[in-house]
Write a protein that binds this ligand. Sequence first.
Ligand code: ADP
Length: 269
Amino acid sequence: MTETTPSTSARPRAGGEHPLVRAVNVMKSFHGNEVLKGIDLDVHRGEVVCLLGPSGSGKTTFLRCINQLESIDGGRIWVDGDLVGYRAEGEHLHHLTDKQVAAQRRDIGMVFQRFNLFPHKTAIENVMEAPIQVKGVDKKTARQHAEELLAQVGLADKSGAYPGALSGGQQQRVAIARALAMDPKLMLFDEPTSALDPELVGEVLRVMRDLASAGMTMIVVTHEMGFAREVADHVVFMDAGVVCEEGTPKDVIGNPQQDRTKSFLKRMR
Ligand code: ADP
């Protein structure tokens, strides 16, 4: 279902208040396997949205589409009013060049299940890398900012440590600091605690909670129901590539209406 000349009619209002992220009827297939079957989502500035749902329901794929790690086959995604993955040329829209995609992705921080730190760089070097390489920030400024960010995630004393000498929870906090180093307007978290030993989950969730309190806009794929209940403004339950149910955590987690949501939540207890 590839569209070559999509219309711009769904473009959000220019200027004024538009959602930071707007997804409309997003579709994605892998080799004929329809993974996203028309996802709609609005995320407003300062909001925390948690994506819940069984494994294989398309949550990670949807995050990767927002960050352009995957292209979409149908629908539209806007980030801060910019149509992601396309550029306008006359009447038509075309896919962006790699350079344009990279520019759009700069504003989006992503934290993965596996922390993916550079093993041969220290914590602070990991945090300094992108601002220096991608933004051309000078080394002294990058170091200063990285020190502040490591302090923010509770790792001021670990700046010289290599990833191999850090616990999983510490590595994930470095990964969060690294994403923040680019001053993103949006943070995407893809099951950030699911590779951690249970006793290390809390320290990462605490950092995420602080970030949410500070007003960061976040989309979080998680199985941590306590976190979703306490921190999310909006919860989206996905199953088999569609949004089954969405609303406040109180409604969706506390009083689910759909059978699929009910049975998923029962399994999570
Ligand atoms: P979730 O995050 O909800 O567990 P995913 O988005 O990871 O779901 O996966 C949804 C479906 O898409 C799964 O069936 C998965 O195998 C498939 N999938 C994801 N990425 C790829 C890919 N790169 N190639 C082929 N299939 C993929």
